[in-house]
Design a binder for this molecule. Sequence first.
Ligand code: X5A
Ligand code: ZN
Length: 653
Amino acid sequence: MAMAGESSGINYGDCDGKVVGKVERKVGLIYDETMCKHDTPDGEDHPECPDRIRVIWEMLQLAGVSQRCVVLGSIKAEDKHLQLVHTKDHVNLVKTLSTKQKDYRRNKIASQLNSIYLNGSSSEAAYLAAGSVVKVAEKVAEGELDSGFAIVRPPGHHAETDEAMGFCLFNNVAVAASYLLNERPDLGVKKILIVDWDVHHGNGTQKMFWKDPRVLFFSVHRHEYGSFYPAGDDGDYDMVGEGPGEGFNINVPWDQGRCGDADYLAAWDHILIPVAREFNPDIILLSAGFDAAIGDPLGGCRVTPYGYSVMLKKLMEFAHGKIVMALEGGYNLASIAKSSLACVQVLLEDKEVQASSEVYPFESTWRVIQAVRKRLCAYWPSLADELSWNLVNQKTPTPIILISSSDSETEDDAQGLLDQMSKLSIENHQVETACTSWRADLAKVDVWYASFGSNMWKPRFLCYIQGGQVEGMKKACVGSMDKSPPKEIVWETFPHRLFFGRESSPSWGVGGVGFANPLANHNDQIHMCLYRITLEQFNDVLCQENGLNVDTDLPVFDLAALQLAENKGAIIPEAVSNSWYGSVVCLGKECDIPILTMTCTLSVFEKFKSGEIPLKPPAKAYANTFIRGLVEGGRFSEEEAEAYIDKAASTPL
Ligand code: X5A
Ligand code: ZN
């Protein structure tokens, strides 16, 4: 097992002086097939589908994890507990749904609500979902369990005091929080931290504890200036609570999709964790939606199971690890099953979390984090310090978890199940349509991709379009989604500097990597091979050149970026801003079509110039591809090509 005691924080039972070895934590689980009966009335597909909780449960069983947990029976919530946060009318409405004789009556009710469907079993499922979260919370608060996960549906965090919305009928987590605070003073829970990592804002929960300082509500979500569901200003960072609750409501509103582990962990490290340390909760309730997961058809973000497990692990240092997870959203069956498994494994403390440093938050992430810190630092002094320049300009650790070989076998089995499950999933189809829509638009626009490096050699460049691996390449390229060859190829010379830096490249191994000076200089000459391709293909080339997956649901370099690059001469697309070729430079136009190349950013160029990053001559195999490209392209004789490369490699900047 990859498990070194020191950093894992496991209960070693050594608090009374004797080391008794690892004591497994008691983790409670509730799952009940009855909650699967809540479904669309006439069987149409809907992302919030019964299989969501089924696949999570099956995954936990298949991985042998549920067997190590305490499995509890579900239970219906009591009306008086629901009424701690909901009106009598709302509770009655949900209660009487099942007594309605006909679907059309329920359909009428549902049609008056925002994003709600109802059938004859919705009421029972809603009562079971809320009651089950209350039950797990009670057991964790009592100390009978260390932590727990209520695998429930319908979800809860959008449900408001008097209104069902956003697939939510009762606000399960809010009912549980209010139950602990108001009905069970004997349990001594005085301060509750609610963490809502569902990709949507927890508008219902926010309102229910708006003026309550006993509940610190933290929600991180896509906001996009109020355009993302549930649209409006409620999820903005200046919504901090009111009266005695002022400062006890924290929103981290992403202003773009695509956020991933690095972005979420930056919000953890620079907002949530320092605040949690000050707040010092007695228990943590987690609105655990998995719709920020990579592959989610509604969320568009890219949090991995590792990301979730690190976020959870970081929360376990508080409240003696008393954490109650309640499922909220999450609509890609494979993603939610894997993410749930990763989380339960963290609750069981059987994985060690380690940091590496390969992925960075977006620039906009730092902007949002700084705005939140500034708005809330009056209440939480630990947010007052300015984040260091180094931090916001440089890398943030990416989490990885060491998985032992025995673990990965189970994961392989689980993968098999997931493969089967994903065939049943309607979401896959939706993912595909979301991913392909931008492609159609960008496929209509042509650009020249100007290559000054190994891509001047045509067979090498074709790998980026058609996929494959040529001589000397370390690994195969997947190619572009559009495999049509370049429409035209021309050669041109530009007033930029060719130089070599860095140690090695993933495709060529050890040896310098070629760059063009991002700025023009009339004493310099760089020889370029221009391929006329579509803007869609250019995106895929840009991704492959920077080691990103081409299968992105948003373009890295869209029409707006093209416009900016044309006007300003260069732009740094956010998704590649920390990569080697992080800057897209527009060198002008040819036949009215913009000429684009990719190179290092100006700030990296400055570091080469100052010597902070050393120049490195190209390795022989790498240099040969330049020469081959220049010669086979008819630009130079072999001697001329060699002289050109030698000069670029030996002249200081
Ligand atoms: C719980 C949850 C999402 C509602 C989206 C409505 N709800 N378009 O994820
Ligand atoms: Zn959601």
